[in-house]
Ligand binder design. Structure first.
Ligand code: NAP
Length: 250
């Protein structure tokens, strides 16, 4: 494995499980110092930490906080810089999905979804920009979704948040380009994780078969795309949305 993250510090939210854990492990394989952020599942976070250690992380720091809390987001970035020495890559991966048809959807769920899946990315980016500007270097990768691009019945709010992230990503890329900070998004299709475990089998089958490659993707496959955008190999790529959906949506 190339040491593509040697002397680099990466903060990955939602890194205890699923795609985020695969991203943290991929950065660790590249020799990064990794901050593993998560909401509350200590067992999963400790497993992710152990995996990152085995993968060769230069250092690891665990951060437990709710990404919906703006002050906690600012503290998490500060703590990362304090404990790991810098912040080169921020991966805004933490997310939830509260699904339901619009007529029955609760206002509280709408608020929580927008706080966790959308506003959190604003708060974390706002905090990360300061150290990245000082370094005159940084890469931010935001997790959007095929659902934010093509829509899905029963997921209006998830779609709203994920589509919002695309506009946010492009605007921030324009705002920060002159500071050598790149901002991109990765848009996965159906990926096998805890988030999709509860989906009805028929829906999963239809999505897998709807992909040109005829299957669901793995967290590792998404992590490779995120690692590419996070690394210097993508040094002239910003404001981009990289689809990792097996050809489900083109
Ligand atoms: P997952 O397996 O459900 O894992 C979610 C992660 O986010 C966990 O680490 C969880 O921490 C953390 N998290 C949840 N709420 C949080 C909060 N309020 N504050 C801080 N951390 C929080 O999810 P996934 O499937 O890997 O999805 C990762 C990202 O990819 C999400 O943004 C999702 O929308 C996006 N995505 C996923 C798919 C897919 O098919 N899976 C497709 C497209 C896009 P704890 O372990 O502590 O709970």
């Amino acid at each position: 494995m190339p040491q593509d993250f040697e002397n680099k510090v990466a903060l990955v939210t939602g890194a205890s499980r699923g795609i985020g854990r695969a991203v943290a492990v991929r950065f660790a394989e590249g020799g990064a110092k990794v901050a593993i952020a998560y909401a509350g599942n200590d067992t999963a976070a400790n497993e992710a930490k152990a995996e990152c250690e085995r993968a060769g992380a230069a250092a690891i720091h665990l951060l437990k906080f709710d990404v919906a809390d703006p002050e906690a987001c600012a503290r998490a970035v500060e703590e990362t810089v304090e404990k790991l020495g810098a912040l080169h890559v921020l991966v805004n991966n933490a997310g939830i999905s509260i699904d339901g048809l619009i007529m029955r959807y609760k206002a509280d769920d709408l608020k929580r979804m927008l706080d966790v899946d959308l506003a959190s990315v604003f708060h974390l980016c706002k905090a990360a920009v300061r150290p990245m500007m000082k370094q005159r270097q940084g890469s931010i990768v935001n997790l959007t979704s095929v659902v934010g691009e093509q829509g899905n019945a029963g997921q209006t709010v998830y779609s709203m948040a994920k589509a919002g992230l695309i506009g946010f990503t492009k605007s921030l890329a324009r705002e920060l380009g002159s500071r050598n900070i790149r901002v991109n998004a990765v848009s996965p299709g159906l990926i096998e994780t805890d988030m999709t475990k509860e989906l009805p089998e028929a829906a999963k089958k239809a999505m897998a078969e709807g992909a040109s490659l005829g299957r669901a993707g793995t967290a590792r496959e998404v992590a490779e795309a995120i690692a590419f955008l996070g690394s210097d190999r993508a040094s002239f790529i910003t404001g981009e949305v990289l689809r990792v959906n097996g050809g489900l949506y083109m």
